[in-house]
Write a protein that binds this ligand. Sequence first.
Ligand code: SF4
Length: 355
Amino acid sequence: MVCPASPDLPPSNPNRTIRYWSLLQWLMLLASGGLLATLVVWPTIGLHGFWDVLIPAAPALVVVAPGIWRNICPLGTMSQLARRTGWSRARVVSTRVQPRLGLIGVALLLTLVPLRHPWFNQSGLATAALLVTAAVAAVAMGVWLGGKSGWCAGLCPVHAVERLYGIRPVITMTSAHCRQCDACVAPCPDTTPDQRHGIGVKTPARSLASALMIGGFPGFVWGWFQVPDGVSAWAVGTWAWPFGGLVVTLAMYLLVAWRAGAAAQRTIAAVFGAAAVSCYYWFRLPALIGFGPYPGDGMLVQAQGVISPVAVSVMQGGVTLFFFWWMVFRRPAPRAWMRRPQPASQATAVTIGMS
Ligand code: SF4
């Protein structure tokens, strides 16, 4: 498989930099253990910490510097444990199967997010069970498949969001998990400049995942915010709102994208990505400070009476302008999320040559 190179390649990943990242990864694993314990023992604090602090911060981080999140995500670290310890069977995933893993990741995302309202936002145990299940799946994929192909660039539901939001990174990081490149996935989402949904060998799975995420996700996000916490998982509205929204924006996307050229596709993906993340913060930020449509849902602090509604509207407008500027109007040179490390074959040759 060919792993397209990022423009600013170092000869190899510096060991000292990787040691710092490893320290951060261990700290994140420790914090995750603490979070799991808190979710079980003090669910109210754990739920606020996870759903109202960590998760709202993640999309902005992924927009600005997806490489940071890719390096420190605890699930990503767990998926790489077998690779680091030499226990991975490192099966190669073909370029036709890889997009199917990505499509399963999209399906997981679109199924699990609506279940936040009835289950995960409400129950520390349910959220803890979700995280433990994801961790087991990440480890298993790392044992079975090579590099990041199984989890970080495959089944992980968050990866679909990273590909949508992380199209204009401000910085290219050292790849903390890939000390050498095993060419595990092509094109590599980490080291391919200007990566986004739909890049790579055209397969039905890749096209479907791409259309669902670029076209459908803005509407899905909008619809999700129309549902209050505490609804039943079997209530029609739990699913009808997000998927109704998805269908509407997907139809709009298909209408504008079906005859657009390659350059226009990039812009369309940027516009829809910016719409999705703006919509998220449009609803999420006011809810965090008590101005949400459903009192108490997703609230971290009650700021009604302290902050005026006009200031909240200004904040919503400012955040939306920022994301459209960052993702659509700003046109930096294409960057990869991370630098590509030396290919494994070269790394071996260098090691042999030095001995
Ligand atoms: S840089 Fe890492 S994730 Fe990318 S293809 Fe190489 S081994 Fe796989």
